[in-house]
Structure formats: structure tokens, C-alpha cells
Ligand binder design. Structure first.
Ligand code: GLA
Length: 378
């Protein structure tokens, strides 16, 4: 792209991916999650270009770019462009201070691996433009507008977890986030000599495909049905297992399993936060395995590859727990493992995975890190 020849950035943004210790598909049900940003990031470089609304965006990772006009923002047929366009659209709905800019993006985050490169892309862009043009948007607004961008331009009706973790995390902590009130509780994570090992399955059965949105609809349907007997409830957050059991017949098998998974997963998040606070890593590990059980059989968002990775770890004493992380149908297995066992285990599991699926596993360690960092270049 033309602008690259004279590019002299005024602002840098480091926008992190996230992990989630536990609490999947609880966020849009207004429950609890336990995520944190990690040390793997997308970097953005920005300069103003003096135009009224011409925005040039170049991705080094794809070696591709595109130009958008703030006066003419519509969804694209190219998926990654929609994360950008959606954020621009959300910003122009809120302020007329945004003007033309040039931006170079470089990602160190594996796409589609369940560490939420999408939220890192949305929030990094929004945080950068907010600083560059002094838009005056609060971090909370940036988190919600980035989520709304994904709803409207990408079409995934995601919850708030990924954007919140990417922007709001503190180094060395996980966030126990109440997705109903958006009140965070930062919990220090000190798990040595254990570590959080990510086993990237390198499969991603597309999240934007209907399955994610279908799960959300099934939960909403469940709430509607439960409301007939319990008018006081507004989301699965307000529901107990007893209520679900009482309504088993009217819910039907699928919605019954979806709802009970969510209610149990919420309880597991609270139990995991307590276990972390008391350094009870055995308990935490058991909760991870239980979570995967629910993900596999009740919420049905796992896949043979991640099921294999989670179940493979069960015979190793050095591993306390494991589960598929993120929206589902691929991505990473987050595995709580003794640090001394990592090299041998990685070797064993990668070999077995290759043999079974003919896919190369990508293991990496994820360190809890701070949220989005904006640096002004003097
Ligand atoms: C995706 C969504 C999140 C959350 C997870 C599942 O990452 O973006 O909002 O729902 O899936 O926990």
C-alpha cells in the first residue's frame, strides 16, 4: 500500500490475546468467567493521514491491506476486515472526532486457536484510535463497542469476556468477572511449580458458523420456558439446578442439558476462584476436567481433536486438569501441568496427536499479563 513508503507512526498499541481458566459460554448468560490477558499480542502502529475519513489498514501477517471510508462503512466479504470495519462503524456512531488514519498490524497471536485474536484486533484498534484522536471513550465503552462490532459486522453474538480481558487485565492476575454487573475481582495467580500449558489443536471449526449463535439461542429459549414457572428470572444466572430439574419435561433434552451445563459451569467458576485463592491446585484441576465433561457432553461444543488432547492427559500424575478453552470446536486445551513434566509430556502428546489426526500440535506457555498498552511516540 502506498502509505507504507512514508510511514512514520505516532502511536503504538500492544493488544493481548486472552486465556480463560474456566467459565465457557457463561458470559452471555450473565454468569461468571475467569480470564486474563496473556503475553502474546497483536501490535498496531498508527499515524493520522490528514484526510477526512480515508483509513488505510495493512496486515503484515496476511501481507494484505484495504482502504475504508468512514462515510461508507459496510460489512466486507473478507472476514478479518469486518473486525476492523465493525469497530470503525461503532466509533462513528458515537463521535465525529474520528478522521482518516493509516495503520499497520502485526499479529503474534495464533488465529482461531481460542486465545481470542478477534477481541485483540477489535480492542487494539479502538484503543489506538481513541488515543490518536482523543475521542474520550472510556475503557468500558471500548470493551462494549468492540463486542457490538463483532455482533453487527462479523455476526458472532459473542459475550463480553474476551474484550474485557484484553483491555482490563492486570499482570499476574486473573479476573473473576461477574458478567451481570461487570464488576471485576482481580485474583493473583501464583501456581508454581505448575504452569498453564496451551495445546493448540490447530483446528478451528469456524466459530462464526451457526453453532455458537445456536447455543446462545438455546439458552435464551431455556430462559423463556423457565420464566413461565419462575417469572422472576431474567437469565440463566438467576436459575438453580432445582428449577431446571423441575422444568425438565418442558425444556426437552437438548435445552435441559444446555441450561444445566451453564448453571454448573457458573458454580465451577466460583469454586475455581476460591481454589486459586487458597492455592488448592488439585481442586482446580478437578474442576477443569469437570468443565470439559460438560463442554463435551452437555453443551456439545468440543470436537474429536480437543477431546483427545484433554483425555490423553488423564493418565499423567504431573497433570492436574485440562479442558478445551474458548468458544469451541477446536482451539486450545488449557492444561495445568507440573513445570518439570512439560518437555516429556509435550513430546508424548504431540506424537500421539500426529499419529491419530495427522496434525501437528502447537504447544505454548501462556503467562498472565496486563491488558492493552498504548504508547505515544514522541
Ligand atoms: C468466545 C466468545 C466469548 C465466550 C467464549 C465462550 O470466545 O467471544 O464471549 O462466549 O467464546 O466462553
Amino acid at each position: 500500500m502506498q502509505f507504507l513508503q512514508n510511514f512514520s507512526p505516532q502511536l503504538l498499541v500492544d493488544s493481548p490475546g486472552r486465556i480463560n481458566i474456566i467459565g465457557e459460554h457463561t458470559d452471555y448468560n450473565l454468569g461468571y468467567v475467569l480470564p486474563t490477558a496473556i503475553d502474546k499480542k497483536i501490535q498496531f502502529k498508527f499515524q493520522k493521514n490528514g484526510s477526512a475519513g480515508i483509513c488505510n489498514i495493512y496486515s503484515q501477517s496476511y501481507d494484505r491491506g484495504f482502504t475504508a471510508d468512514l462515510q461508507l462503512l459496510n460489512p466486507s466479504t473478507i472476514e478479518w476486515e469486518n473486525y476492523i470495519l465493525g469497530v470503525l462503524d461503532q466509533i462513528v456512531q458515537r463521535t465525529d472526532k474520528l478522521k482518516g488514519f493509516d495503520c499497520v498490524i502485526e499479529s503474534k497471536l495464533p488465529m482461531g486457536s481460542g486465545v481470542s485474536s478477534s477481541a485483540a484486533l477489535e480492542c487494539g484498534l479502538a484503543m489506538g484510535l481513541n488515543a490518536l484522536f482523543e475521542l474520550g471513550l472510556s475503557k468500558e465503552t471500548i470493551v462494549t463497542l468492540s463486542r457490538d462490532a463483532e455482533h453487527n459486522f462479523v455476526g458472532t453474538k459473542c459475550g463480553i469476556m474476551d474484550q474485557y480481558a484484553s483491555v482490563m487485565s492486570k499482570k499476574g492476575h486473573v479476573i473473576l468477572l461477574d458478567c451481570k454487573t461487570l464488576i471485576p475481582n482481580y485474583i493473583p495467580i501464583t501456581i508454581a511449580p505448575y504452569k498453564l500449558l496451551m495445546l493448540n489443536s490447530n483446528v478451528s471449526h469456524n466459530l462464526a458458523s451457526s453453532a455458537y449463535n445456536t447455543r446462545r439461542e438455546e439458552c435464551e429459549k431455556g430462559v423463556q420456558i423457565l420464566k413461565q414457572m419462575y417469572p422472576q428470572i431474567n437469565s440463566l444466572r438467576d436459575v438453580s439446578l432445582e428449577m431446571i430439574d423441575q422444568s425438565k419435561n418442558s425444556l426437552g433434552d437438548i435445552i435441559y442439558r444446555r441450561c444445566s451445563y451453564v448453571v454448573k459451569e457458573n458454580a465451577r467458576v466460583l469454586a475455581a476462584a476460591a481454589a486459586l485463592a487458597h492455592n488448592d491446585l488439585n481442586r482446580l484441576g478437578i474442576l477443569l476436567y469437570e468443565s470439559h465433561q460438560g463442554i463435551q457432553y452437555d453443551y456439545e461444543v468440543s470436537c474429536p481433536e480437543t477431546d483427545f488432547l484433554v483425555h490423553f492427559s488423564k493418565t499423567y500424575d504431573s497433570i492436574l486438569g485440562s479442558r478445551q478453552m474458548g468458544g469451541g470446536f477446536g482451539g486450545c486445551a488449557i492444561t495445568l501441568i507440573h513445570e518439570e513434566a512439560i518437555p516429556d509430556y509435550v513430546n508424548d502428546v504431540a506424537k500421539a496427536y500426529q499419529k491419530k489426526f495427522n496434525i501437528t500440535l502447537s504447544p505454548f506457555e501462556a503467562l498472565p499479563d496486563e491488558g492493552t498498552k498504548v504508547t505515544v511516540i514522541k
